[in-house]
Ligand binder design. Structure first.
Ligand SMILES: [Mn+2]
Length: 239
């Protein structure tokens, strides 16, 4: 099975380069791979499937084109958890829940569920993922929702700037828990923006995807082989 895993693209209307690289990436890889997984934070914010912006329309078109050639799976992150059923049916992609397990003991997560030392974050997550909050939010005008999106991003940047580095990383005990599961040998996650491959002595592997910031991080799978790499976001994406 040949797959690619990406996360934390944080696409928005302001970064044209990054959006073009994403289009090229999907175009090239959907010809070549059987499955493509986006493990959360595809966009910087998603205010609802009824967003009528040019950006939202382009995103839906781009994913729709790729999903005709390759199976596309998307997991919610903490920025794009409002990607809803219209988005998935319009794009032909499939929503997968956090902690989805694939064959060969492969576990997929956005990664924020392992950041259990960040109590403020986890509390906020419970609120934002509740049905009541989402229903109320989606009932507001697009204009209000756009404003709220901007506000919450600023607040999160400000609060992250004062938090200890270790709090925003995964907690060792949360990873130990995953590792202790007999049915899991590899976990792939994003969210922390600390890309790398961690191989444990007992054969357990943790692969952390990176953000599309200075370069575009991708993990390629070819059966039991995993390769983490980063491509230039300034140049056209080619293989
Ligand atoms: Mn995230």
């Amino acid at each position: 099975m040949r797959r690619a895993f990406i996360s934390d693209l944080h696409l928005d209307q302001t970064d044209e380069d990054r959006f073009s690289r994403f289009q090229e990436f999907l175009n090239v890889e959907s010809d070549r791979l059987e499955e493509i997984y986006i493990l959360g934070d595809l966009v910087e914010s998603w205010i609802g499937d009824d967003d009528d912006s040019e950006f939202a329309r382009r995103l839906i078109e781009t994913i729709g084109r790729a999903s005709k050639k390759s199976a596309l799976f998307i997991m919610h992150g903490n920025r794009d958890f409002l990607l809803g059923s219209s988005f998935f049916s319009e794009t032909g992609s499939t929503l997968i829940p956090d902690s989805t397990q694939l064959e060969g003991g492969l576990l997929l997560s956005h990664g924020d569920c392992y950041c259990i030392d960040d109590h403020d974050y986890q509390e906020m997550k419970i609120l934002l993922r509740s049905e009541d909050w989402q229903r109320e939010f989606l009932s507001q005008s697009l204009e209000n929702r756009r404003e709220f999106g901007k506000k919450i991003r600023k607040e999160s940047q400000a609060s992250n700037a004062t938090k200890a580095e270790s709090i925003m990383d995964v907690s060792t005990s949360a990873i130990e828990e995953v590792k202790n599961r007999k049915d899991i040998t590899v976990v792939i996650h994003g969210h922390t923006h600390r890309p790398g491959i961690e191989k444990h002595d007992d054969g357990f592997t943790r692969i952390t995807l990176g953000p599309w910031e200075r370069c575009g991080w991708v993990c390629y799978q070819d059966d039991s082989e995993f390769k983490l790499s980063c491509f230039n976001l300034q140049d056209r994406y080619e293989i």
